[in-house]
Structure formats: C-alpha cells, structure tokens
Design a protein around this ligand. Structure first.
Ligand SMILES: *Cc1c(COP(=O)(O)O)cnc(C)c1O
Length: 380
C-alpha cells in the first residue's frame, strides 16, 4: 500500500454493510436457528428452498454448500462426467470452469460478445457444429449471466435444443435478472446460484442454491448433496457432502425478503453512473434489449485503465477488476483447455479494459455522488 494514498471513502464492495442494514432481523433469525438445536438440513433450509423457488418462479430449489458445488451437482445430476464436454466462457469466475472439471468433464471455452460480456451464440454454434479436435461429445452448455446481465439465453437455448444439449445457467451474479417477464434461472434445465457474501443474495459465509422445474432431477441432486441418501444411512447413489446449514439459511431468508429492493437500489446507482459517464471516453455497460440487468457489478470499459483506477483511488474511491486474467490464460488452465474458433480474442481484449466501480445497495447517496463527481472530473 502506498502510504500517500487517502483512506477509502467508497469501498468497491461491503458485505458488512448488508449485514448491518438488517442486523436486528438477521440476529433474531440466527438466534432462532441456534436455539432450535438442529443445525443441518432442517426447517430453515427447507423454508429457504420453498421461498427461493417461489421467488424465482421455479418448481424446486435445493440448498447446497456453495455455488461451485451447485453447478457440479447439477452436472452430476444430469449424468454428465468423464467422457463428456461442457461449453462455457473464459470470461467468468474460475469457479464455473472448476465445477466442470470437478465432475470429470472437459470444458470448452468460447468467446463473449464485446458489448454485453456474455457468451457469443455464434461461437457456441460453431463449436456445436464442429467441436475442437480431440474433445469428447458435448453434453451441456453453461451460459453465465455475468455482472447481473442476462446472456443471449434465447439464442443459446435454441442452439442447445437443436443439438440435444442441456442448458445449465450460472446465475451466481444474476439473482433476480429477467428476460422479458421470465427470471434468469428458469430458462434452461437447471440453474446454479452462489450465495457468497458479496453476491446480490449473499450469506454470512459460504452458501449455494440451485433451481429446476425437473422434479426427478431435484430429487436426485437432493440425494447427491448428502452421500446419496434418500433415506438416512442408506446411499442409493455415490454422493458428496454439500449442504446449506441452518444458520446460513435463516439469515438468507431475511435477505431474500429484501432482495428486490436491494436490486432496485443497484439499478438506481447504475443509472447515476450512466449519467456521469455519458459523453465521456468511458464506455458504460450495455443493456441487452428486453432484459433486466441487476448490476452485481457496474463494469466500465476504459482504454487507460490504470490511470482511471489511480485517479479514482486518489479521491478515496476503490475499484476492482472482474476479471484481470481470463480462465484460459491462468496457470492452472493455460495451454490445456479447448477454445472456440476465435481463441477468445474478445475475452482477452475485455479483460484488459474492464473496471468495476463501487456497487452495493448500501452505498449512500453521498458516496454515489462522490463517485459521479470523480467520473465527471476525470472526463472533464
Ligand atoms: C461466485 C461465482 C461462482 C462460484 O460461487 P462460490 O459460491 O464461490 O462457489 C460461480 N460462478 C460465478 C459466475 C460466480 O460469480
């Protein structure tokens, strides 16, 4: 840390602020869970699953330990594993790709649309028609609704259906995003949600949930998350341990009730940032027509990112980069993962120029104004 920097006045994210905003209710919910004497897969998790499914408009929700497991358990539930390939993007949290490899499947990483930062359907179409050499058959595609913006899901579902491939939505950044009137997470076979503390719906530790309209799939995954049990101590399937605990579920129920208002606040902050950068060299995030963006992140593109970041930081405004290195260039994956036809050219350009501004619902109006003033000063 440079000693001459001023203190951070506007953090980029602040999960503690989310807890403090509902402290009394969350503390009461946690106290209720603690007093119950039942800490794993009890009433709170069951109630959270019912409430989350209803809020989503899905038939079933299953609580699990984290978002990575949610994705992996869906793939396992669909019978996808060794000998199968799964298509996703390289411009995502590494967890998306890690989940595919966790089940023993082979990831194929395709490029993104440069304006929405989400999967380019033309790249998906190309790999479905002519898979990269040496990969096993493609069984699923995992679009990521990145930063809160729906991917081109209708085109992706149409292509997947034509090729008999399952669509598994990664909704870890898109709780509440919509395509028309339909909620992201109800548009494919199943959807995975991380409940990591900074997500739009965040626990006070790790958590995850998945949704599906397929009752048999939900039942299979509910067994897989607990050693493959359908009845206690008898494993029907070779399962894992990935459960959402009662304390997290109790807190999540409180936060779920406030999620629509929290997303609306994110959208209002995004509109203020849009106005502040209008006409400047900073490119505001595009909105896909007919969809609702829930701004997990507000991500600018700028030519001279280091300068912009330093300018804002000198005014006490923290920023972040999601993500500085595409998955296919990270040491664990470099040179060994199959790519789409463009070799992720747009992904690499985007990774070099994106910048995430402060974004969380508890930002005060004064903090938002400070960011807007700095953005105007930067371009003025
Ligand atoms: C956060 C995130 C995940 C993983 O979630 P964990 O709960 O950390 O396992 C997966 N995909 C995306 C796009 C994410 O942002």
């Amino acid at each position: 840390m440079n000693a001459s920097l001023p203190p951070v006045l506007v953090p980029q994210a602040d999960p503690g602020a989310s807890y403090r905003a509902q402290k009394a209710e969350i503390d009461a919910a946690i106290a209720r869970a603690l007093a119950s004497g039942w800490y794993i897969l009890g009433r709170e998790c069951a109630a959270f699953e019912t409430e989350f499914a209803a809020w989503q408009g899905a038939k079933r929700a299953v609580g699990v330990a984290n978002g990575t497991d949610a994705l992996a358990l869906i793939l396992r539930g669909l019978g996808i594993g060794p000998g199968d390939s799964v298509v996703t993007v390289s411009h995502t949290a590494v967890a998306t790709v890690a989940a595919i490899e966790m089940v023993g499947a082979v990831p194929i990483l395709v490029d993104i649309e440069p304006d929405t930062y989400t999967m380019d359907p033309a790249e998906l179409e190309a790999v479905l028609a002519a898979p990269p050499p040496g990969v096993p058959p493609i069984r699923a595609v995992v679009p990521v609704h990145l930063y809160g913006q729906p991917a081109a899901i209708e085109a992706i579902v149409a292509l997947a259906n034509r090729h008999g491939v399952a669509v598994v939505e990664d909704c870890s950044q898109s709780h509440g995003a919509r395509v028309g009137e339909r909620t992201c997470g109800t548009l494919g076979r199943a959807a995975a949600f991380s409940l990591y503390p900074t997500k739009n719906l965040g626990a006070l530790g790790d958590g995850g949930v998945l949704t599906t309209d397929d009752e048999a799939l939900a039942e299979r995954i509910a067994a897989l998350r607990q050693y493959g049990w359908r009845q206690r101590y008898i494993s029907d399937l070779p399962g894992v341990n990935s459960r959402l605990d009662e304390v997290q579920a109790a807190a999540l129920r409180v936060k779920l009730a406030a999620l629509d208002a929290a997303n609306a606040r994110r959208q209002a902050i995004a509109a203020a940032y849009d106005a502040a950068v209008a006409g400047s060299a900073l490119a505001p995030p595009a909105r896909r027509p007919g969809t609702t963006h829930v701004f997990h992140q507000y991500v600018l593109r700028c030519g001279d990112r280091a300068r912009v970041q330093a300018f804002l930081r000198a005014r006490g405004i923290a920023t972040n980069i999601h993500y500085p290195v595409p998955v296919h260039l990270q040491p664990a994956y470099r040179g060994r993962v199959a790519l789409g036809p463009s070799a992720c050219r747009e992904t690499e350009a985007v990774a070099a120029s994106v910048l995430s501004l402060p974004m969380f619902p508890e930002l005060t109006d004064a903090q938002v104004e400070a960011v807007c003033d700095a953005l105007r000063a930067l371009s003025g």
